[in-house]
Design a binder for this molecule. Structure first.
Ligand code: NI
Length: 182
């Protein structure tokens, strides 16, 4: 395993649509996922997509912390290969997001409240889930990476784009989501 270099906003690999994985069960994909997990943990993130480690493949992982889902249980590590998603209904809500590729910053981003998503795991088995709230937000953020989109491009009120250190200087109660990166 290895901690990989994280591409930051401006890198071409973050702007381009990622390519489908031909064989999700290939050893090199397992190696890539292991390195992504180690890189995410080293950076203190809760999710990461392959383009963020400069690999233009449709692979993303995330881990929703305890206390952040409706049932409080969080989500264990999920590996999504060749994922797709769609909204379940028109409702959107704003929430704070941070990104490992836009370090030190946060902003309010509108996302669909309820979604369905699917993909393939490292074992080649299909994953199909519905998600809402923070879980749905994390999936939309990660899958946007595979489409070459970073969260600032989804923002509708750029006045909320901020350095987290400055928010913390001014307010003790900065939302936890604003301090998490994915
Ligand atoms: Ni991100």
């Amino acid at each position: 395993m290895a901690v990989l270099d994280i591409a930051r906003m401006g890198a071409q690999v973050l702007r381009a649509p990622a390519q489908p994985v031909a064989d999700p069960t290939a050893p090199e994909i397992a190696q890539l996922v292991a390195d992504m997990k180690e890189t995410m943990d080293a950076a203190g993130g809760i999710g990461i997509a392959a383009p963020q480690v400069r690999v233009g493949l449709r692979v993303a992982i995330f881990e929703v912390p305890e206390g952040r889902t409706e049932d409080g249980q969080g989500w264990p590590l999920t590996v999504l290969i060749n994922p797709e998603w769609h909204p379940l209904g028109p409702e959107q809500e704003e929430g704070w997001e941070g990104c490992l590729s836009v370090p030190g910053m946060t902003g309010l981003v509108p996302r669909f409240t309820r979604i369905a998503y699917s993909g393939v795991g490292l074992d080649g088995n299909a994953i199909e889930r519905e998600a809402e709230g923070y879980h749905a937000r994390v999936v939309q953020h990660e899958l946007d990476h595979l489409a070459g989109i970073l969260y600032p491009q989804r923002m509708t009120d750029m006045t909320t784009l901020a350095f987290t250190e400055e928010l913390r200087r001014d307010a003790a109660d900065v939302p936890a989501e604003a301090l998490e990166a994915e």
